[in-house]
Design a protein around this ligand. Structure first.
Ligand code: G6P
Length: 362
């Protein structure tokens, strides 16, 4: 009935399905399938020489993209920290030469993030945004566009994938300028980035997420765990789930469980475990065993590179194999779909959840 939804029942579902195209736009012309170049318009090689540390500031879903990027930069030998904009604004770190502040904001209008940029005592500020000409593009020294296209659903979906893709390229650019060499597996990483749009298409075409949503309809709470990039995805998975289903959902770093949250785990609390498909999977598997020992049902979100899930997890939401730093993008799409179908079953107002706004400008 609403032509703007292009035949989908909700903008959110339309935007989930637009991710292959949106991601393609974020990446295309900025790297190549050989994985040798990083060509970010306006940010030529050498642009970030002299950067000693990166502060990432953002709120909501964009904050989770900031956490993801913190992991990417750290793995590239660039000191980085993600902050909620509001906290950064109220206690800005001391002025130090060589600090680059990167604000991340889909709308470019989030008041807390504008406040963080104004409070920043940094040499340079840069916004990564989806909206040309937005307030943050004027507040910051530079802007890098994520090119996701307009996002209408209050719950951010395609903007997250495009932010992570754009920030992946930016992280590699910064690494090359700061350290002087490409990251050791740059070719594998960048060429994986060019394959990501097709892999996201495979995920959105799979019915698995809907089956999982249907399998857990009246649980007490829904937990999400992961480490590194998978931790950012766990928090984002929980945010999406609580925003649109109104159920209690929480994300944790996998190791944090035994320091408290494990007390909440029962047979009525499904736990979504995000695996990166790399060397840290062994530890996450250990955390999954701890959950199962307390009777908690576990849904692993993993690629074929994570071994031994048979007989350990109750369910596996699988994603195509890719570079371990990018599995999180695919896992996140599965979790978007789980949240969507869970909200739909509950008859929620998916595109405009109660009490929430797309852009918080106050
Ligand atoms: C609001 C929206 C979220 C969004 C956050 C940050 O809370 O409901 O979906 O992630 O603002 O918005 P921004 O436009 O700065 O990315």
């Amino acid at each position: 009935k609403d032509t703007g939804k292009g035949g989908y029942d909700h903008y959110m579902l339309k935007e989930i399905n637009e991710q292959p195209t949106a991601l393609g736009r974020s990446v295309s012309g900025r790297t190549d399938s050989a994985g040798s170049t990083v060509d970010l318009d306006g940010f030529p090689a050498g642009e970030f020489e002299g950067v000693d540390r990166v502060h990432l500031v953002a709120m909501g879903t964009s904050y989770h993209a900031a956490m993801y990027t913190e992991a990417l930069l750290a793995r590239r030998g660039v000191p980085a920290r993600a902050f909620m904009s509001s906290e950064y604004a109220s206690s800005p770190p001391p002025a130090e030469d060589g600090t680059l502040v990167i604000a991340i904001s889909q709308s470019g209008e989030t008041a807390d993030t504008i406040a963080a940029v104004r409070a920043a005592r940094a040499e340079r500020t840069l916004v990564v945004t989806n909206v040309v000409g937005s307030s943050l593009t004027r507040e910051c020294d530079d802007a890098l566009l994520v090119r996701a296209g307009p996002e209408i659903g209050v719950a951010a979906t395609k903007s997250f994938s495009s932010q992570v893709a754009t920030l992946s390229l930016l992280s590699e650019r910064i690494r090359r300028d700061v350290v002087g060499t490409p990251s050791p597996d740059a070719e594998a990483f960048l060429s994986a980035l060019t394959r990501l749009p097709d892999q996201v298409r495979q995920v959105v075409e799979s019915p698995a997420a809907e089956e999982i949503a249907d399998a857990f309809t009246d649980s007490e709470a829904y937990f999400f765990i992961g480490r590194g990039p998978g931790h950012a995805v766990a928090l984002e998975g929980a945010l999406k789930f609580k925003e649109i289903t109104y159920e209690h959902a929480e994300g944790f770093t996998a190791a944090e469980l035994k320091h408290g949250p494990l007390a909440l785990v029962t047979e009525d609390t499904p736990v979504f475990a995000v695996f990166n498909g790399g060397s840290d999977d062994t530890e996450t598997l250990g955390n999954v065993k701890e959950i199962r020992a307390r009777g908690g049902p576990v849904i692993a979100v993993a690629s074929g590179d994570t071994p031994d899930l048979e007989g350990i997890a109750d369910h596996v939401l699988s994603v195509p194999s890719t570079h371990p730093e990018l599995v999180g993008v695919l896992a996140n799409v599965q979790l978007q779909l789980v949240a969507y179908h869970a909200a739909r079953r509950r008859g929620r107002s998916i595109d405009k959840p109660r009490n929430l706004a797309k852009s918080v400008t106050v």
